[in-house]
Design a binder for this molecule. Structure first.
Ligand code: TXA
Ligand code: MG
Length: 357
């Protein structure tokens, strides 16, 4: 057990003294929670097996689930990968620093605990000033999964990370809420066709603009989850991001979704159930007098807002003590694809498709 210290760090101008405090813990093989533009990460020195073991222990994560290595400059790739495909150079130029993780051929120097024994390594350069300063001060790449307990929703605030990891880590750096709110896009560049394994902060459209051949198999993360074990499908378990409350996703035309959700709220309330709903600002008039506990994610026409608030919404409703969470679906354009993926995972397969009749 640790006493978990939480230190506030300015997100644009990180205090060098605090960064050095965190970096010295990392150099000693300890773990530290730090902010990135996507979600908070639980970092450890990627080259120190004892630090990596501490990451898995704190999260209660199985060793079969490989970690993303975070770097602050492209030169660090020399240590981590055997070759750098042309496609990776193009994408790094365009999207790094930023929420894109690339799966690349791993150098034998990369510890097996990072790669779960695979021949590839996942690498990304975050664009958060605190993350970059921390990696540089540590002097080594930092392996970091999201700073939540295994199977829980990823943390987008330091408080979320504290809720999950209090007493399990010595230090949390708090720079306020994360800007993007969903995790990085994971792109497999080792596959014959570059394949998105997890939609995230960089949209499929943006990737295809640079590399038109990039594909995403919508069904992979849903149907093939068990076959792949933890190996090639990140966030592979359908319940990976699940809140601890049963969650239901309603998909279909907005009017039909509204009607179905209102009916579901009524029937659950008739059983004395406390119901929470995750909706958009535009839905407030529809649900205002439903009696459900409401969390609004932002405007339905602004996927960026929805993504930023999504995980906080799930956690807030969970902490409010609701017994079920009903959520509506959004567009699949841009960040919408990642939103759909996280909502489906939160629902753990409990997706209700409705139609206008
Ligand atoms: O935005 C993010 O990516 C955040 C922040 C902290 O950077 N990190 C994050 O890490 O979401 P994590 O561990 O929660 O998710 C990483 C995913 C895992 O599901 C893992 O299966 C996949 O990336 N992954 C890692 N290495 C891989 C590899 N060599 N091949 C295929 N998938 C890999
Ligand atoms: Mg995670």
């Amino acid at each position: 057990m640790y006493h978990t210290e939480v230190l506030r760090v300015n997100e644009n101008h990180p205090n060098a003294f605090i960064i050095e405090r965190a970096a010295s813990l990392l150099r000693e093989g300890q773990v530290v929670v730090f902010p990135t533009e996507t979600v908070y990460g639980l970092g450890g020195d990627a080259m120190q097996p004892q630090a990596l073991k501490r990451i898995f222990a704190a999260k209660e994560r199985p060793y079969s689930d490989p970690l993303i290595v975070h770097i602050a400059d492209v030169e660090a790739l020399e240590l981590l990968v055997t070759t750098l495909p042309e496609q990776a150079k193009l994408l790094a130029n365009m999207f790094w620093p930023g929420p894109l993780t690339m799966i690349l051929p791993a150098s034998p120097r990369v510890p097996k605990l990072v790669t779960a024994g695979l021949s590839t390594v996942a690498v990304r350069m975050p664009r958060h000033a605190v993350a970059l300063a921390l990696i540089r001060a540590t002097g080594s790449p930092i392996a970091a999964p999201s700073a939540n307990r295994f199977m829980h929703v990823s943390p987008t605030t330091a408080q979320h990370a504290l809720t999950d990891l209090d007493g399990r880590v010595p230090l949390i750096l708090d720079s306020g809420p994360c800007e993007v709110g969903v995790e990085s896009t994971v792109l497999d560049l080792g596959a014959p066709i570059p394949t998105v394994l997890r939609p995230g902060g960089i949209s499929l459209e943006a990737l295809q603009h640079i590399l038109p051949e990039v594909v995403y198999h919508k069904t992979l993360s849903l149907e093939k989850q068990d076959e792949h074990k933890a190996q090639t499908a990140p966030g592979q378990l359908l319940t990976h991001y699940a809140p601890s409350v049963p969650t239901f996703l309603f998909e279909g035309p907005t009017q039909a979704v509204d009607r179905a959700m209102l009916a579901e709220i009524q029937s659950r309330q008739a059983q004395n159930e406390r119901v929470g709903v995750l909706i958009a600002d535009e839905d407030i008039p529809t649900f205002a007098i439903s009696g459900a506990r409401i969390y609004t994610l932002g405007s339905a026409s602004e996927p960026g807002q929805i993504a930023t608030n999504l995980f906080a919404g799930l956690r807030t409703l969970e902490e409010a003590g609701v017994q079920s969470i009903l959520c509506r679906s959004f567009t699949e354009q841009g960040l919408g694809l990642a939103i759909r993926d996280r909502l489906r995972k939160a629902a753990g397969g409990k997706v209700i498709s409705v139609n206008l009749d």
